[in-house]
Design a protein around this ligand. Sequence first.
Ligand SMILES: O=P(O)(O)O[C@H]1O[C@H](CO)[C@@H](O)[C@H]1O
Ligand SMILES: Nc1nc2[nH]cnc2c(=O)[nH]1
Length: 292
Amino acid sequence: MHSKEEISHDEYQKTADWLMSQTKHRPQVAIICGSGLGMLADTLKCQDSFAYSDIPGFPQSTVQGHAGRLVFGELKGKTCVCMQGRFHMYEGHSLCKTTFPVRVFKLLGVDTLIVTNAAGSLADGLQPGDIMVIKDHVNFPGMGGLNPLTGPNDDKFGPRFPAMSGCYDKGLRCVAMEVAKQLGVANIMQEGVYAMVGGPNFESIAEARLLHRLGVDAVGKTTHTHTLTPFLHVYETTSVTHVVKSYEDSESVNHDGVLEVGRLRSHTVQQLVTELISRMEINNNTTTDNVA
Ligand SMILES: O=P(O)(O)O[C@H]1O[C@H](CO)[C@@H](O)[C@H]1O
Ligand SMILES: Nc1nc2[nH]cnc2c(=O)[nH]1
């Protein structure tokens, strides 16, 4: 059981102030890259990048495929900040540490969050290599009381009892499906329900079957915790990997396989996110002058 760690508003502010003193970029879109999907950050123009280890208050990434770098830059004329590497509960981070960057992004002026992840397919129609746009989630740790929002509520970041019914922005999801058609990848893309489990082990066959029966389409060990920050428009996409659901299946799932699918789909995910950002109507505070 993880102990509840409280992070004060001042601590988030301190990190945001430090970042604003180091870069002139003022992002309105934040992108969190999932396993094997970090190369999205490389496409940002006029980059300022920071190792997590250099950013005051930032947790550290320990998982292979999560580089541990925060990259600011321009994508299709919009100012973005991109996390190359996220934090998972199974690494030993408290849940409020896993979501620490999202609150910092809010203080930087971000209002749209794009999240990518790798997750195992449970729905019969979802094949490894497909892309799933998340329309809803099941927060298993949260249902058991492990939630980054427990503890005293900071109203500046959202209400005490946030609704979850509309947390994955419908408008962004519609645009994403249109973009998929335009890119000719609609055949590998569909909407579905993501469930977060604690990990780090992959689920047993019985667990996979249980999740499937409960209406879960894909399972992973992160992601939705970021969407529990109700002030942001959120769009999430999953790069789908293999799940073992049968005792006759001789294949087993492993992290190298997860990274491989991520790499296989990274170009498509990159195109989708880039086109989605290009179509977003946001007032841009762009400034491209880098701080020396
Ligand atoms: O959710 P992301 O970070 O994409 O990673 C997924 O891939 C890892 C397992 O291979 C787990 O961390 C799982 O959650
Ligand atoms: N089965 C399974 N596959 C994954 N691929 C990425 N994450 C996961 C996970 O948690 N479970």
